[in-house]
Design a protein around this ligand. Structure first.
Ligand code: SAM
Length: 248
């Protein structure tokens, strides 16, 4: 769903074949293999995530596809240990919003960049602006509950606002700042994207007391109604693309 806008960001950052790129908080590898295709086997992708499960999945997929130029590592980004000036680029999508100390992560990634290397961040800058039309009270409650749970778990659902300043303090020059907001209508693949997130995330939120079972059920009904309404639409939570570059 996000491969095309992400590839456009990589292009603006001038990621290219032969480079060694760090996938910061790679998850199960949604972007990792696209990045590996871009840098080709003459380059490489160092893929780091704190989740053993995600990294094991990525490693199995790497072996299955025969991508010897992808190196998966289990590491906490707040203690990211990678040689200084060892990568040509770095990429973090939807990661800084989850970490407790994003500034420390930005600092460590900036140090890992070679002079001239770019750090591409795609992250939320105002999560609560996720918007459903026609407006629904149940959806509004879900958005508030999800935003609150982000904060309670130590994350920041608006982290994108602060990323340029963090990059600047880490010695990077801000090269581009762009908004990313997309409009989805029922029946499209993009419409399914927030739905899948909610279907995965909300049961845990109910179990932990962050949302009532009634509110969850009301949301599922409201979503089903909107999904049948040709006049319905939604805006994805606004994100910002920040590209910072280490001086050559
Ligand atoms: C929403 S996923 C994004 C995955 C991937 N970047 C993508 O765009 O598909 C967030 C990822 O950040 C990872 N993460 C969160 N905190 C982390 C930390 N402190 N160190 C390393 N990874 C972390 C999670 O394990 C998860 O894989």
């Amino acid at each position: 769903m996000w491969a095309a806008p992400t590839a456009a960001s990589w292009e603006r950052a001038r990621f290219r074949p032969g480079q060694r790129v760090l996938d910061v908080g790679c998850g199960p590898g949604y972007a990792t293999f696209d990045l590996a295709d871009l840098v080709t086997p003459s380059g490489g992708v160092v893929a780091v995530d704190v989740s053993q499960r995600f990294v094991a999945h990525l490693d199995a997929e790497r072996a299955r596809r025969g991508y010897a130029h992808v190196e998966p590592h289990v590491q906490d980004l707040e203690q990211l240990a990678i040689e200084d000036a060892s990568v040509d680029g770095a990429f973090a999508r939807w990661v800084l919003c989850w970490v407790r100390d994003p500034e420390e992560v930005v600092r460590r990634v900036a140090r890992a960049l070679r002079p001239g290397g770019a750090f591409v961040v795609l992250d939320y800058c105002h999560y609560e602006a996720l918007m459903m039309a026609p407006r629904g009270a149940a959806t509004d409650r879900i958005i508030r509950a999800v935003t609150e749970s982000f904060r309670q778990s130590g994350g920041n659902p608006d982290v994108g606002r602060d990323v340029p300043a963090m990059m600047q303090r880490a010695g990077l020059e801000i090269e581009t700042l762009r908004p990313i907001v997309r409009l989805a209508r029922p029946g499209t693949a993009l419409w399914e994207w927030p739905w899948r997130f909610f279907e995965n995330f909300l049961p845990g939120l109910v179990a932990s007391g962050g949302l009532s079972a009634d509110d969850h059920a009301a949301f599922r009904r409201e979503w089903a109604e909107r999904s049948r309404d040709p006049a319905a639409w939604l805006l994805t939570p606004p994100m910002v693309e920040v590209i910072g570059r280490r001086r050559a």
